[in-house]
Each structure stands twice: as C-alpha cells, then as structure tokens.
Design a protein around this ligand. Structure first.
Ligand SMILES: Cc1ncc(COP(=O)(O)O)c(C=O)c1O
Length: 398
C-alpha cells in the first residue's frame, strides 16, 4: 500500500534554518539533467570519459584478494594514515607546503569541508563573506548555520580586494571569507597573484579565517595557477580540496588542510556528521597518488576540458548578439555570461523548452543579484553538441 503524505503537516516542527529556500536552486539545476535530448550547459559535473573505470575495478579486486581490511573497515575520523601521508606528500609536490600530521583531515568531498567549517565557526547571525557570485553549495552551507552571507564583487582578476578592504574599514567583521581562487565557480576567473597576497594580509590584519576552495585548481588549461592561499598563509587559511573533478565524484572524497587548532575542531565536528570518510575511497585515492595515476589522468582531463571550452567560446563569439559579454575560462568548467536587460530565470525556462540547459545567475548570489547573468558549464556536454547548443541559445537571445 502506498503511503500518502499531506503537504505542510510537519511545517511547524521544522527547524528555522530549513526555511531558507536556497536549496531549491540545486533542485532546479538537477531537474534538467534527466531530460532526454537536452543539450545541457547546466550541471558542473565532470565528463564521465575521465573516470578511471578499469583502474578502479582492478584496485577493488586487489584489495579483496590481498585480504587487507582497511578498505572495508571503519577508519579513524581524521583519515587513514597512509592516505593522509599520500595527500600531504602530493600537496608538498604541487603547492610547495606540507601539512603537519595534525594539520590535515580527509573529508567526504569538498562540500563536507564547508559544512565542518560552518559547524565549527558559525553562530546564528555571524557574517560569512563570499565572492559575488559564488558556489551555491557554499551559500547553502552558510545559510544552514543561519549566518549572514555578504558578497564582495569580482572582476577579471577575481575578488576585488580593495572593495573588501573598504567594507572591512567600514566595520564588516566576518568569521570567515570563502573563496574559490582558481577557475571560480561560477565566474570562471582566477584570483591574481597580487590579490592573493593582499587577501591573506587583510585576513591577518582583521582577524578572520580564509576558507580556500581549490576544487578546480588542478584543471588549468595552460600555466599552473599562482601560489595557493594556504601555501602563502597556512596559519590563516583552511584549504578545502576535492577529488571529484580530478578523479571521480562517486567516492565522495576530499581533504582539508588547516592550522592544528582548527583541524582538531574539524575532526571533532566530523565525528557526528559521518564519523569517517569511506575507507574504500581512501585506499583508492592513496594508490592513485602513489602509483602516479592521478598525475597521468590530469593532462588528459585538462586537454578534454580545454577543447570543450574553446568550442564554447568560439560558438559564443559567432552567435551572441552585441552587448552580451562572457568570461574566458583558463581552466575549470565554467563561463559566466552577462546579458544586459535579461531576466535570466525566465530565459533558463525558455531555453530548457528549446532543448538547452543553462543556470540563471541569481542562484549564485544570496541577495537576489545575478538577474542578468547565466552560468554555462562546458564540462559535461558532448563536444559534438556544443555548437548546436550555443546556436540555439544565440537565436533565443537574438
Ligand atoms: C567550488 C566547488 N566546491 C566544492 C564542490 C563540491 O565538491 P564535492 O563533490 O567534493 O563535494 C563543487 C562541486 O561542484 C564546487 O564547484
């Protein structure tokens, strides 16, 4: 027998933090994905062609045959010692800075790090500074702890640190600032080297934490990105990383590198979220790093995303009417369009009806801005469909 439920029955019992409607944004984005024949520039998902299927299968077989239990057992909350060591060594190679044993934690994806930092730092009414626009998941995490989310504008060099300074001088006192310095989601721009220095200096001067999300750092198309904020100021920055874009999101794995005092709090916050990240994924990650497989895969993934990005940008150049502008990503998954006078939410609905998935810009702001913006993700759309998708969008705008 089917169980029927009456809408609104539990409303009076729901916690007040559930009343923010920002989660509906993600539902809106995900609702496009199942539609057949849709050319989707909507979800920021990795291309399944980058998934290391055979290697994953052979590792699983190896773990089973060798009789090891770590891959199948609960793990310590901070993470398996071997995985922590492999991740620390990789950070040292890639970012020139190695976290000490008490400064690194394995997380269940980048999104968990946001949750753990929120849980550790935020009381109701605290302020979190973000880039405007920013990753929807970060807005949701901050809102989940009933924080006020304040956006600082960006330009082609990322977060406008002079504007941030003006706000700090004016009395803004955030607990932390969340930033995606490399190939930002959704804007597709990176924070310049000069601004990185200024940002960590401001954090030290005004006594706030920087939460650096490096989700797309390893997906640069050309040069390596400038020094990470964490490597510039490991005393002031928590770095949250994920293997979702470089390996595959099915294992839900990431890391957080943080000052020891903060790392200990994050570990205890994790004890009552999921207690530990999955051992199977941790063992796989360790082997992918130690055998050099992750570094073998990355150039292939970067080349694929670069080709897609070039197709998208060339298509926009050909088809967009005068006045429309967009960012030119040099890595990551996204381009950010500005369409003067548009109602991007209405446009997204019309585009979906014409078989094109896009995400309206308002979802990436906590304050209703972004009406004239659209995020286009080139990561998952098939290369052969990019021209057609952009042309359909262009003719809607024309
Ligand atoms: C900037 C950013 N951070 C974090 C995440 C989430 O990563 P994970 O899959 O590791 O939770 C995403 C996913 O889209 C993202 O764009």
């Amino acid at each position: 027998m089917a169980v029927t439920s009456e809408t609104g029955r539990w409303e009076a019992l729901f916690a007040s933090r559930t009343r923010s409607d920002v989660g509906e944004g993600i539902t809106f984005v995900l609702s496009f994905l199942g539609k057949p024949d849709l050319i989707s520039f909507a979800g920021g998902l990795p291309d399944p062609r980058t998934f290391p299927r055979e290697r994953a299968a052979s590792l699983l077989e190896e773990f089973a045959a060798s009789g090891e239990s770590a891959a199948f057992q609960y793990t310590p909350t901070q993470g398996l010692a071997g995985t922590l060591d492999a991740v620390a060594g990789r950070l040292e190679t890639l970012q020139g800075c190695r976290p000490a044993d008490d400064e690194l934690l394995i997380t269940s994806g980048g999104i968990e790090a946001l949750e753990l930092v929120g849980k550790t730092f935020l009381d109701r009414g605290d302020t979190v500074v973000v880039e405007g626009p920013t990753y929807l998941g970060a807005i949701m995490a901050a809102r989940g702890f009933e924080a006020d989310v304040v956006a600082v504008p960006m330009d082609d060099e990322g977060l406008q640190v002079d504007e941030l300074e003006r706000m700090l001088v004016g009395g803004l006192r955030p607990k932390f600032l969340y930033t995606i310095p490399d190939h930002q989601n959704p804007a597709g721009v990176s924070l310049s080297a000069e601004r990185r220095e200024v940002l960590v200096e401001l954090a030290r001067r005004y006594g706030f934490l920087v939460l650096e999300d490096v989700a797309y750092r390893e997906l640069s198309f050309n040069d390596d990105p400038p020094a990470s904020l964490w490597s510039l100021a490991p005393d002031t920055v928590v770095q949250s990383g994920t293997t979702s874009k470089s390996l595959f999101p099915g294992v839900r794995l990431g890391w957080a590198a943080a000052p020891g005092e903060i790392c200990a709090k994050l570990v205890s916050a994790k004890q009552n979220t999921d207690q530990c990240s999955g051992g199977l994924g941790q063992r796989m990650l360790e082997e992918y790093i130690r055998r050099g497989w992750i570094e073998e895969q990355l150039p292939i993934s970067r080349a694929l995303y670069k080709r897609k990005c070039e197709l998208l940008l060339a298509g926009l150049e050909r088809t967009m009417p005068a006045g429309v502008s967009w960012t030119r990503a040099e890595g990551g998954f996204f381009s950010w369009l500005t369409i003067p006078g548009a109602d991007a939410t209405a446009l997204a609905e019309i585009a979906a009806a014409s078989g094109v998935g896009i995400v309206p810009g308002a979802l990436f702001y906590a304050d209703g801005r972004g009406r004239e913006n659209v995020r286009l993700s080139f990561s998952m759309v098939d290369e052969s469909l990019i021209d057609e998708g952009v042309e359909r969008l262009g003719s809607l705008l024309a």
